[in-house]
Design a binder for this molecule. Structure first.
Ligand SMILES: [Mn+2]
Length: 318
């Protein structure tokens, strides 16, 4: 717990603080970052910025999500805190805020975390960074209000797939029970984070599902969406969420592959696995990351080349 004590001292001392998370932010990245933002505000920190250049619409219901900034004019913060992000390269909004800060802190749960902060509080056994944050906030004696709890629950629900992944522990439910005691509405957050889809997300998923291919005797599922799809359906940021899970949930599938274009950044490959393959290893080779059963990376190339490349890597592990 020595690290948390040191982190607390740095927070107390800092005047300006920036909170950053990983690229293509999910509910754990947004929820946990926002929970910390709200906690620091309540703690009396006036100058806190949470920078997420593109925040999925799905999470805009979270308390104070409207305070999220796309960028900042400040060059040099006293303190930068990286949340739910395994490496400097994967920090979204550019890592300049992090690199230029006087002090840096990392709070995370990826087992491949590069420990890139001056202080690193990383628990790879936690199924969501939100759980690591609960431990941290408790240690700082910063109260977990209903608002903060709502943000944290969004993180837990996202990263556990709604409490259904292997990583879920008894502690997960204890944490959630506690959040409920603070007034957090589990059913409401669950519905907003995992169930409700925009119409454009539904259309995008329908297109992806219609193209889904089962390869190698059904061990690999593959699908993709294109720029034309984005235009046709009026896709908004984050509409792709959940598409890759469809393939993974088909009986016999070991690895699900989903490829989508990211404006100006080539193609993003999302990977999900069941029991046999550690997709994190594949993602790491291409400068990406994630977890054993859920990982991704960006790569340049056309769909066919990238598809063949990923199939080759996946087959190597099957
Ligand atoms: Mn996470």
């Amino acid at each position: 717990m020595g690290t948390l004590k040191q982190i607390y001292e740095e927070i107390k001392e800092a005047n300006s603080i920036v909170i950053l998370s990983h690229d293509n932010p999910d509910g754990d990245a947004v929820g946990t970052s926002l929970a910390l933002y709200n906690a620091l505000k309540n703690f009396g920190k006036e100058h806190v910025d949470l920078i997420i250049p593109e925040c999925p619409e799905t999470f805009m219901f979270l308390p104070n999500a409207d305070q999220i900034k796309k960028s900042s004019d400040i060059e040099n913060y006293d303190l930068a805190i990286g949340i739910d992000c395994s490496s400097l390269q994967m920090l979204c909004g550019g890592n300049k805020y992090f690199e230029n800060a006087d002090k840096t802190i990392v709070i995370d749960h990826h087992d491949t975390n590069a420990m890139y902060g001056d202080l690193n509080f990383v628990n790879p056994d936690a199924p969501a960074c939100a759980e690591v944050m609960i431990v941290a906030l408790n240690s700082f004696e910063m109260p977990i209000t209903k608002d903060i709890g709502t943000c944290l629950l969004a993180g837990i629900i996202t990263d556990t797939g709604g409490f259904k992944y292997q990583g879920v522990t008894a502690e997960t439910f204890e944490f959630v029970a506690n959040l409920m005691k603070h007034g957090v509405n589990v059913s409401d957050v669950y519905r907003k984070v995992l169930q409700v889809k925009t119409k454009s997300a539904f259309e995008l998923a329908r297109a992806a599902n219609s193209r889904l291919e089962l390869i190698d005797d059904g061990k690999i599922a593959y699908t993709y969406v294109t720029e034309e799809d984005y235009e046709k359906f009026g896709t908004t940021y984050g509409d792709h969420e959940g598409i890759v899970d469809v393939g993974r949930d088909i009986e016999g599938v070991e690895v699900s592959i989903f490829i989508r274009p990211i404006k100006g950044k080539g193609l993003k490959v999302s990977l999900r696995s069941n029991d046999k393959v550690n997709v994190d290893e594949i993602a790491l080779m291409y400068g990406g990351g994630g977890h054993q059963k859920s990982a991704g990376f960006s790569v340049n190339g056309d769909f066919d080349t990238v598809k063949e490349l990923v199939l080759k890597e996946v087959r190597h592990y099957l």
